[in-house]
Design a protein around this ligand. Structure first.
Ligand SMILES: [Zn+2]
Length: 343
């Protein structure tokens, strides 16, 4: 075993252990399974989870670390993420992360949380051979990503189950990873969200290389749209009520948000994050995201529309990302209810 493989394996092991700790700190209870980690010495991005008898295994290729490291070190050369007032503040905080490798490790922790949430939400139960493959260049994913029939779910929904499971794992992982909202954490939230989006972008690019035509995962744009929605909901919590509706958890504020306060949040977190996402996607050469996001204002208008429009229809949405999100949400809610995740 060479030194590089050992170092990659150690970093994946530490990231998984941090992810497990974060889950336990958030919910005050252990995960439903204690997964084993299996790292193979292969290039390229392979990630999967597998259940055999009583044990659950998370499989990563050591190439996962190379791919995440490469993107973060390329991002380190760009100015958006690492310069300006925000970066100086982050640098002046001695507890803050300070190298590209530190941020790559943060991205790996979110990736581990995403895999753990597939396990926690019992997604393995409906996939053939209890094997859920995120990305692989060696397996035929159409075989692995055709679910068993689900009692109570209309058959036309079956083709969307894989994408819905991805959104569910994203949402839970993001909830745990971002932690609690506070105004003093604005810079941190934006940086944490960038760490998350790095993985979403890589998954999209690697899946396209494997020619899966986005059949298994929502596009990086849709996943980013959901992440933005999460950040908006976090901000809206004070004075807001969450309701389960057809489109998932929605914010029902008692009135319009405080305009000045929202503008400040939007200027410090939401809009810069949209810029960060464009930088991340262009650095990663994830072209489809850039095509959809095109005009950066469009995704912002869409995120406001889904939070505040009274009668939401696909034709008022500007981006394909928001449209895919709207298409998946009712199916996702049916799945969540059938799986007993909605009270
Ligand atoms: Zn996944």
């Amino acid at each position: 075993m060479n030194q590089k493989f050992k170092s990659h394996e150690r970093r994946l092991r530490e990231s998984l252990s941090r992810a497990v700790d974060l889950f336990e700190q958030t919910f005050g209870q252990p995960l439903i399974a204690d997964p084993e980690l299996q790292v193979t010495a292969t290039k390229g991005f392979h990630a999967a989870i597998r259940k055999t008898n009583d044990s659950v295994t998370i499989e990563f290729s050591s190439g996962v670390v190379d791919v995440v490291d490469t993107l973060w070190s390329d991002l380190w050369e760009t100015t958006v993420l690492t310069s300006g007032e925000r970066f100086e503040r982050i640098q002046s905080d001695e507890n803050a992360k300070s190298t590209a490798t530190d941020y790559a490790d943060m991205s790996l922790v979110w990736l581990c949380l995403h895999e753990l949430m597939h396990i926690q939400l019992r997604h393995l139960e409906i996939w053939p051979h209890a094997h859920l493959i995120e990305i692989s260049t060696t397996h035929d994913l159409s075989f692995f990503r055709t679910p068993k029939p689900i009692s109570g779910l209309p058959t036309e929904d079956l083709t969307l189950v894989s994408k819905c499971h991805e959104l569910q794992a994203d949402c839970e992982a993001t909830d745990i990873f971002l932690g609690l909202y506070s105004k003093s954490r604005w810079d941190e939230l934006r940086m944490d969200a960038a760490c998350i989006f790095v993985i979403m972008t890589i998954m999209e690019r690697e899946n396209q290389k494997a020619s899966t035509h986005n059949e298994t995962h929502p596009t990086a744009g849709t996943r980013f749209f959901t992440l933005l929605g999460h950040l908006l909901q976090m901000w809206s919590y004070p004075g807001a009520r969450l309701e389960s509706g057809e489109r998932g958890t929605e914010v029902r504020t008692m009135g319009k948000p405080d305009v000045a306060e929202f503008e400040a949040y939007s200027k410090s977190v939401i809009m810069p994050l949209i810029n960060d996402a464009v930088t991340i996607a262009s650095t990663a050469e994830a072209v489809s995201f850039l095509v959809d996001i095109g005009d950066k204002g469009a995704i912002f208008k869409d995120i406001m529309a889904i939070q505040y429009a009274d009668d939401l229809k696909a034709d008022i949405l500007l981006t394909e990302s928001a449209k895919e999100w709207l298409h998946l949400m009712p199916v996702n809610e049916r799945l969540m209810a059938l799986a007993g995740h909605r009270k």
